[in-house]
Design a protein. Structure first.
Length: 145
């Protein structure tokens, strides 16, 4: 098993910018995907995609220039359902690791929340990765299934 970087993204709400920076291998400014969080609300999701893997841990490197955004939500998708990996306070501008029961994963998504009455605060994601291994498509004798 090893750290695997996502290879694509989806922005269902159309509220993120520079999304490919969340999987470009850099944790330096300005290489970050950016969105804004309004007061007492969740941001839209940034969905990161990859070929299906077996996975039991994700890591994120959040960007938060203002303390008003205080909750992160991280979920993984197995092809059918989303599983909540973590929702709570978080450290910013460093790797943060979240473990879960091993499962197939083909997407992960991140969203932020602000409990404060101050809206329109910038937040982002420098980088994300998933700890796992590709799911084999070979049969028992080395033939593709």
């Amino acid at each position: 098993m090893d750290w695997i970087t996502p290879t694509g993204h989806e922005d269902p709400s159309g509220v993120w910018t520079d999304e490919p920076y969340a999987y470009d291998g850099s944790v330096s400014w300005p290489s970050t995907a950016i969105t804004y969080v309004n007061a007492l609300s969740w941001s839209g999701y940034l969905v990161l995609t990859l070929e299906p893997i077996t996975c039991d841990q994700v890591r994120v490197y959040p960007y938060r220039p203002y303390p008003y955004v205080d909750v992160i939500r991280v979920e993984v998708f197995d092809g059918t359902d989303w599983t909540l990996v973590y929702e709570g306070s978080f450290n910013w501008e460093q790797w943060v690791y979240y473990s879960f029961t091993e499962q197939q994963v083909e997407k992960m998504r991140v969203s932020y929340y602000s409990h404060y009455g101050v809206g329109g605060k910038k937040v982002g994601l420098f980088e994300a990765a998933l700890y796992g291994e590709p799911i084999s498509t070979e049969g028992p004798y080395g033939f593709m299934m």
